[in-house]
Design a protein around this ligand. Structure first.
Ligand SMILES: [Zn+2]
Length: 499
């Protein structure tokens, strides 16, 4: 029997705010000394009172709007009770039955060409809560006295937003694409860094399998501990295969929580799954219900940026870019902004050919250089003005496309404008035929064997001579001219040899 996976995702996102969710401690904790960003509220001292962070609520609202959710006018916070050393109060302030946003949707484009389709994924809810403290376990020694755990409360109380999807995803690949699409939106909205490596963007998955064509929902397994998009994909593939095997052998899948263990490339059982009633949710008595004014929601709606999907479509239409390039460029807002600035500096000559050239430089050459230095595109010494300058040099035939890559690299290293690099290094293209002709003569004279091969009918020998001419001119000769002159010269030799 064939099985179909049913996948729903829960994503936890740390929000970009100056202060924590319920106190005024600084929320940016990544580089702070342990327990330096704490106060009686986030330490969970008795008698303290939480105060809701307005910006965090705003972030949840814009996220809800971007995901086509309904925004609640009445929302409240609840206590989720459980005991664990990373939870200072013994409960987490979260939202249970009245989240900020509900009933949204995210369209995910899957595959390419004939196999392309769109998966519409429902968004159940977007709600706010607080992050927990960080535990560090030391278990190096055999001796129990050397085993201990430390707790750093800096992360405790950092604003966290949870986005829960409907179980609408049908493959590990769809799940991966949903996550990258969601992250891209969050980054556009500037509500989160969306970095998975530092834990700002975390994902848990609910997975079950059922006979293909069935509408039933089987008992599901929650998979945790996936720290990269790759890990999410691999863990889901593993879990889908495992469950299909269990069911195929006549067994039943146990409802439980499993963790992905990267080294073993497997999920392992952690504990039986909790149910909502295990948490004894009840309304947070220290925070009054939150009424969200429709006027505020409208104000936030008007401030929404153009989102990645829409911008991608516009890039195809407006700049004549291939869909693939448009998707890569619009994946991050900064990259898309950078590209558009390059294009706006192009003046009337900014047609599809330039768009494609700039797209290639941004996505390939510049991306490579930025990766090498480990800097973002905003910090690039090659600014959009540099790119437009470089495009003009290539379009006016002042330098070849090949040389342009070298010029780009030198501009990147020095911060100089490409036209300055070209002038100072003497990179101007040689399109004067007399100069190229003498290089052709020299190359032909120095390689009699290649010339003889050509005369005997080996056409590829011409390419070798072309290469030699390019070498002699330091890569500066205009390629079309070199091709032309080499062909002409070799044909003359061939005729002179009477063949
Ligand atoms: Zn605090």
């Amino acid at each position: 029997m064939e099985y179909e996976p049913v996948i729903g995702l829960e994503v936890h996102v740390q929000l970009l705010t100056r202060s924590k969710m319920f106190c005024s401690c600084r929320a940016e904790y990544q580089s702070a000394d342990p327990n330096s960003l704490v106060c009686p509220v986030c330490l969970g001292m008795p008698g303290t009172l939480p105060v809701v962070n307005r910006r965090a609520v705003g972030h949840a609202i814009v996220t809800g709007l971007a995901l086509d959710c309904d925004i609640a006018t009445y929302t409240k916070f609840d206590r989720k009770n459980y005991l664990y050393p990373d939870l200072m109060k013994g409960y987490q302030i979260s939202q249970y039955d009245a989240p900020v946003a509900t009933g949204g949707r995210l369209e995910v484009d899957v595959g390419s060409g004939d196999r392309a389709y769109t998966r519409s994924v429902g968004v159940v809810r977007v709600h706010l809560e607080e992050d927990v403290a960080k535990l560090q376990h030391f278990r190096d020694t055999e001796d129990r006295s050397g085993q201990y755990s430390l707790v750093d409360v800096n992360r405790g109380g950092v604003p966290l937003m949870e986005i829960v999807s409907e179980p609408d995803l049908r493959s590990a690949e769809e799940a991966r694409l949903y996550l990258t699409g969601l992250r891209s939106i969050l980054r556009y909205l500037e509500v989160s860094t969306g970095n998975m490596e530092d834990g700002s963007f975390r994902c848990d998955a609910n997975v079950s399998v059922r006979p293909r064509g069935s509408r039933e929902y089987m008992s599901r397994v929650e998979v945790k501990n996936m720290n990269s998009f790759r890990a999410v994909h691999d863990a889901l593939e593993y879990e889908i295969a495992r469950q299909a095997r269990v069911v195929g052998e006549g067994g039943t899948v146990v409802q439980e929580t499993r963790g992905w263990v990267e080294e073993r490339r497997a999920t392992v059982s952690q504990r039986s799954k909790e149910y909502a009633h295990d948490y004894r949710y009840f309304p947070e008595p220290d925070i009054p219900p939150l009424v969200i004014e429709p006027a505020w929601v409208e104000e936030l709606r008007r401030s929404l940026p153009e989102l990645p999907e829409k911008r991608r479509g516009r890039f195809v239409k407006q700049y004549g870019l291939p869909a693939y390039d448009a998707a890569l460029l619009t994946g991050a807002r900064a990259t898309a902004d950078y590209f558009e600035e390059c294009m706006s500096l192009g003046g009337s000559s900014a047609g599809p050919a330039r768009a494609k050239t700039i797209a290639n430089w941004v996505l390939v050459e510049l991306a490579h250089l930025l990766g090498r230095e480990g800097v973002g595109i905003q910090e690039s010494r090659v600014t959009p003005a540099h790119m437009a300058d470089l495009a003009r040099l290539v379009e006016s035939d002042a330098i070849s496309g090949t040389l342009a890559k070298r010029v780009l690299e030198e501009s990147f290293d020095t911060g100089e404008l490409p036209s300055v690099v070209v002038r100072e290094r003497g990179y101007l293209q040689i399109s004067d035929s007399t100069a190229v002709e003498s290089a052709v003569e020299e190359a032909v004279g120095a390689h009699p064997q290649a010339v003889a091969d050509y005369v005997k009918g080996k056409e590829t020998a011409a390419r070798f001579i072309v290469g030699q001419v390019m070498k002699l001119t330091g890569g500066r000769a205009k390629p079309a001219l070199v091709n032309d002159l080499v062909k002409r010269k070799l044909e003359m030799v061939r005729v002179a040899n009477g063949s």
